[in-house]
Design a protein around this ligand. Structure first.
Ligand code: 3PY
Ligand code: MG
Length: 262
């Protein structure tokens, strides 16, 4: 069954305050991504930067998520932009690139995300075309729009270069990594994504992104922060991680069971 609308739904729905929610999957068993796709998320993000995922688990995870009716986003390892083209070929609807600190970084990332004339993505979307049911010609026309390029801004350099990054052709969105940003803004003194200077940066990024007609995204360590950011106008938030959700779910059940048995 073709899944063009599934893969295209990310680019279609994201923008100017869409408040979408994505799961964040670090576990490498594709069943985890597949199971989370059955919940009421708008997208599923598979993490290759800090998560345990490699190209094999992404290949299978993207297939399960897409067949489950949700678009997949993949976060690639730092600087490995060739992996962005690979995961798009495998059916990803969007790619998050960590640590984009300059216009040069943004251009290098966009080059691997978009076909000419915007970038230099090499041709070979075999699995994606199979999943979407598009013809090769249709994919060549629509692939650039369908493939959402999301640049992470999580350093002081990135904040200083924010307008340059946002004005780069082929960059569709920026994504704040509040933990790394909190470390950077405190010169390595602490990691605290809830700090006031991080909140200020989040407001600034939202304003600048929408001024450039691009989307603003963020990792939200708590669901209440995700709600707050959605109300402010953020377009996409990751809420927590699969590791955190599994362990907090287990902890909550153990507490009830032990409480009842004591
Ligand atoms: C950060 O908060 O630094 C992130 O990269 C989110 O995963
Ligand atoms: Mg980070």
């Amino acid at each position: 069954m073709p899944h063009q609308s599934t893969i295209a739904s990310l680019s279609k729905r994201m923008g100017q305050g869409s408040g979408l929610l994505t799961a964040w999957v670090g576990m490498a068993d594709p069943m985890v991504a597949g199971q989370l796709a059955l919940e009421d998320f708008d997208a599923i993000t598979i993490d290759m930067q800090h998560g345990a995922n490699d190209i094999a688990s992404v290949r299978q995870g993207v297939a399960q998520v897409t067949l489950g009716g949700k678009p997949t986003i993949v976060r690639i390892p730092v600087g490995q932009f060739a992996v962005a083209s690979r995961v798009l070929d495998l059916g990803a609807a969007g790619v998050i690139a960590p640590m984009i600190n300059s216009k040069a970084d943004a251009e290098a990332f966009a080059a691997f995300m978009k076909f000419p004339p915007i970038g230099q993505r090499s041709w070979g979307p075999t699995v994606t075309v199979g999943l979407t049911g598009q013809s090769l010609d249709e994919y060549l026309v629509q692939g650039n729009r369908q493939s959402v390029a999301i640049a992470m801004v999580e350093t002081k350099e990135a904040l200083n270069a924010l307008d340059d990054i946002l004005s780069t052709d082929g960059i569709d969105a920026v994504f704040v990594g509040p933990s790394d940003l909190s470390i950077a803004l405190s010169n390595g003194a602490n990691v605290n994504p809830g700090r006031a200077d991080v909140a200020e940066a989040l407001d600034h990024v939202l304003k600048r992104a929408h001024a450039h007609n691009k989307s603003a995204c963020c990792f939200a360590p708590s669901p209440s922060l995700a709600k707050e950011l959605a109300i402010k106008g953020y377009d996409l938030m990751a809420i927590g991680t699969d590791f955190g959700q599994l362990r907090s779910g287990a902890r909550a059940q153990i507490e009830i069971a032990r409480g009842q048995s004591k």
